[in-house]
Design a protein around this ligand. Structure first.
Ligand SMILES: *Cc1c(COP(=O)(O)O)cnc(C)c1O
Length: 358
């Protein structure tokens, strides 16, 4: 039986993508060779990365001055690669502290320049998105985390900023339409909403490049990847291929508007059930609820039933619902590829459980 995959990452991919990736791993386009054993400089992979870049530009609506780069090292590498590439030692970058990932980004930026934390929701265990802050004009950039995977909060509006936004979009990349204009840099590890672990997408605007005084080793310099079209060294060939297949799937499924429709439909039935069901409650401010990671806990009176419920989700073919250890309870990750039927199965189980145990 195919499982309902609610994992936070590496996460669910569209069934059609997995099927085609399987074929490509066995025998790529009837060549008698696996895609895994083809040169990254051959015509097959050249066509793949060109199509991936073209689809990315088309789906987001990226203007000319943005570059789409494929890197390795995960979003965690971008925590230091961003300030290393754009922040001089005597400059200040502004950060919004909305959780563990934002915190790690802050820690790394401090190695390269000054960091000003404009707002934080730490004192409330990151259960909301701070919105009241002013971004000083003399900062180099404002770093935000668009979706906080661990807590289940999401920015439903990006802050107004006189300086370029730098955004960790790892866990809601390509989940909704957005205007790229305020963004200087967007980065995302592929494994949440795009493809397998191993590839990291960086979208960088021209004016962010070439302004730091320090020497940048080739592999840590965005300009190397711009100049060599992400092919300075061997890129993560297979993750890029699978990401390209997911991009095709997104386009065919109505683009970012289509993704948003899917994700809103899933979020609405699950949050409605959390609010309605007397055994469960949400853990974050309603206006900041994420459409990618839905976090909830058992009401205090039923806290003893948490293990039972988790067990029942497993028996019913649902995986990945245990909440992050720093939050507890449950987390249903409802990324682009998760079908509404999986969310419905979870909602049905919550209702059935409440009838039996409530
Ligand atoms: C998962 C995640 C990361 C870490 O990504 P890696 O690719 O494992 O380095 C960073 N930021 C956010 C928002 C995430 O969800």
């Amino acid at each position: 039986m195919k499982k309902h995959n609610f994992s936070a990452g590496p996460a669910i991919l569209p069934a059609s993508v997995l099927k085609e990736a399987g074929r490509a791993a066995a025998n790529y386009q009837g060549m008698g060779l696996s895609l895994l054993e083809l040169s990254h400089r051959g015509p097959e992979f050249t066509a793949i990365i060109e199509e991936a870049n073209a689809l990315m530009r088309e789906i987001i609506g990226l203007p000319e001055e943005y570059h789409v780069l494929w890197l390795t090292g995960g979003a965690s590498t971008q925590f230091y690669m961003v300030p290393f590439n754009v922040l001089n030692e005597d400059e200040t970058a502004a950060y919004i502290e909305t959780g563990v990932w934002a915190n790690k980004a802050i820690k790394e930026a401090r190695y390269f320049g000054n960091v000003e934390i404009l707002a934080s929701s730490k004192e409330e265990n990151y259960t909301y998105i701070p919105k009241k802050f002013r971004v000083p004009k003399n900062t180099r950039y404002l770093h935000i985390t668009s979706n906080n995977t661990i807590y289940g909060t999401q920015l439903h509006k990006f802050p107004k900023s006189p300086v370029p936004l730098v955004c960790d979009m790892s866990s809601d990349f390509l989940s909704r339409p957005f205007d790229p204009a305020p963004f200087g840099i967007i980065y995302a590890g592929a494994q949440k909403n795009l493809g397998p672990a191993g590839a990291t997408v960086v979208i960088v605007r021209d004016d962010m490049l070439g302004t730091v005084r320090r020497h940048l080793p080739s592999m840590l310099d965005y300009r190397t990847f711009v100049k060599e079209n992400s092919l300075y060294n061997t890129p993560p060939v297979f993750p890029i291929y699978v990401s390209m297949l997911t991009l095709r799937w997104i386009k065919k499924s109505g683009g970012l508007k289509g993704m948003q429709r899917r994700n809103r439909a899933k979020g609405s039935i699950l949050y409605q059930e959390i609010d309605r069901n007397p055994l469960f409650r949400g853990t974050v401010a309603k206006e900041d609820r994420s459409l990618m990671n839905v976090c909830f806990v058992m009401e205090d009176a039923y806290a003893g039933l948490e293990k039972d419920f988790l067990k029942e989700t497993e028996v019913n073919g649902m995986v990945g619902l245990k909440g992050h250890r720093s939050v507890g309870g449950f987390r249903a990750s409802t990324y682009n590829a998760l079908p509404k039927a999986s969310v419905q199965a979870l909602v049905d189980l919550m209702q059935d459980f409440a009838r039996r145990k409530g």
